[in-house]
Design a protein around this ligand. Structure first.
Ligand code: ZN
Length: 154
């Protein structure tokens, strides 16, 4: 490994050892469970919206270091952002993970998520890295639908 790869491996390990924002919290508008059967990763995730802002993302998960660390990094990036900004970050992360490593990530924008660029070279692990993000996108869509149903009960 070169210096950058070592640093990225260390970032992933740090998030795996000490997951940020972990645990399931109240209040929330939607909860989802996503699994990655090819690796055995699982995440249960809740989203709380405040208007168009992602007020909280809480989760509980088991699985490999990549799936768990990626979920931790995702919460750092999206909590407190507008839904549009958060979805933009999710799209950028997805592009990076589907690039087979041929991608120059914007470190100012993706922060610790750039550490997963190396994982993008291993197709079997890409789903691990995307699990938490997929759960977040799904839960946010459900939370928006729940909010809309409450405002317009027809
Ligand atoms: Zn995995």
């Amino acid at each position: 490994m070169n210096g950058v790869e070592e640093m990225y491996a260390e970032i992933i390990l740090d998030h795996y050892r000490t997951k940020h924002h972990s645990g399931l919290r109240e209040p929330y508008q939607a909860e989802v469970s996503h699994v990655n059967p090819s690796c055995g990763d699982e995440v249960q995730l809740r989203v709380a919206l405040d208007g168009d802002v992602v007020a909280d993302v809480s989760y509980s998960g088991v699985g490999c270091s990549i799936s768990q660390a990626s979920t931790s990094v995702m919460t750092d990036l999206v909590i407190g952002r507008s839904i549009d900004e958060a979805m933009g970050l999710a799209a950028d992360f997805s592009d990076m993970m589907h690039s087979a490593g041929r991608y120059t990530p914007d470190e100012d924008r993706l922060e610790d998520a750039v550490a997963f660029i190396g994982v993008a070279q291993f197709p079997a692990r890409v789903k691990c890295a995307l699990l938490g993000w997929s759960a977040f996108k799904d839960a946010t869509a459900k939370a928006l639908a729940a909010t809309a149903a409450k405002e317009d009960p027809r």
